[in-house]
Design a protein around this ligand. Structure first.
Ligand code: PBG
Length: 327
């Protein structure tokens, strides 16, 4: 070795040194936990393909939300599973629909102790399972869907949500939602745009979680996994339309996209570690093939390192508890 000897291992020698020089930390405040609530349930129900994640009853959701606040998570993203669905997804707009009712419940429980957010999309509420309204020939009608999203946004804001998350990948959805919120006097409600969302097979277990009726796929509105530059266009449009935060989804298979988006915009960037990412790790861990906790924290650290400031993850509560013990 030439002199002076440069030995990077000096900075890896003890846990204390490693902690001192760590470039990336995951803070519970940056984690958001997605939660599912199903209409009509009296007891929570397990989701087979997402071990440890529940379809909540209204009661169990309130308790889980309080627990999440205790753990110090930064936010809760709510998804509703209705008892019945129709062509137009009217259960998403109805103030008495399960998601809007659950927003009221959770806001009553936690107030502003964490950020209450809601998925703004029709797929959980439509009988055909698409994220938008269909034309008579069965294709997804972009502009008719925008009008439905606008109504849904106002219904969610009326229910007290702090942030709405339009996730349907319709062109112009952020602008339509922002205009509707402003016109209804909800200028304080923020828009967390699912700006970059790929037509991903990693959403598989989520479809069980919300009992999606979808047949076919979403490739005419969600993005092609082959494309990166297209994501920068999507993000640019969403910021121009008024997105307060932008999100990339899924996370781990798209870390290059997270990193490019981080470099391109100044608004906070979130990444969604989706159901399939979670299920893969849980399944391997259940077989004893990987160390569950270490892999969990490694994935979260990697997503942070790539440039996501906020992470939506089904492990949020558990990870927050683990991280608190650690630091
Ligand atoms: C749309 C929505 C989906 C997810 C979050 N919001 C499903 C989809 O677009 O197909 C997937 C989340 C996950 O897989 O964890 N409402």
């Amino acid at each position: 070795m030439p002199y002076p000897e440069i030995r990077p291992r000096r900075l890896r020698r003890t846990a204390a040194v490693r902690r001192l020089v760590a470039e990336t930390r995951v803070d519970p405040a940056e984690l958001v936990v997605p939660m599912f609530v199903k209409e009509g349930l009296t007891e929570p129900r397990a989701i087979v393909s997402m071990p440890g994640v529940l379809q909540h009853s209204r009661d169990s959701l309130r308790k889980a939300a309080a627990e999440a606040v205790q753990a110090g998570v930064g936010g809760i993203m709510l998804f509703g599973v209705p008892e019945s669905r129709d062509e137009r997804g009217s259960g998403g707009i109805d103030p008495g629909g399960i998601l809007n009712v659950a927003i009221r419940d959770v806001v009553a429980e936690v107030g502003n102790d964490t950020v209450v957010m809601s998925d703004l999309c029709l797929d959980e509420f439509t009988s055909h399972g698409h994220c938008g309204l269909l034309t008579p020939d069965g294709s997804v009608d972009n502009d008719a869907t925008l009008a439905a999203y606008a109504e849904m946004a106002v219904a969610q804001a009326d229910a007290g949500v702090a942030m709405v998350g339009p996730s349907g990948m319709m062109d112009g959805q952020v602008g339509a939602v922002r205009r509707a919120l402003d016109a209804a006097g909800h200028t304080d409600v923020a828009v967390l745009a699912y700006a970059v969302k790929y037509a991903s097979a990693f959403f598989g277990p989520f479809r069980d979680a919300v009992e999606s009726a979808l047949e076919g796929d979403r490739r005419t509105y969600q993005q092609d996994p082959a494309n990166l530059r297209e994501s920068l266009r999507e993000v640019e449009l969403d910021v121009a339309e008024g997105a307060d935060l932008v999100m990339v989804k899924p996370a781990l298979p798209y870390l290059d996209v997270v990193s490019a988006v981080r470099a391109a915009v100044d608004v906070p960037v979130a990444a969604y570690q989706v159901s399939g990412e979670y299920a893969m790790v849980e399944a391997a861990a259940a077989n004893g093939w990987i160390d569950r906790e270490r892999v969990m924290l490694e994935t979260l650290t990697s997503i942070r390192r790539a440039g996501a400031q906020i992470i939506l993850t089904y492990w949020a509560v558990e990870a927050a508890q683990l991280l608190r013990q650690r630091y």
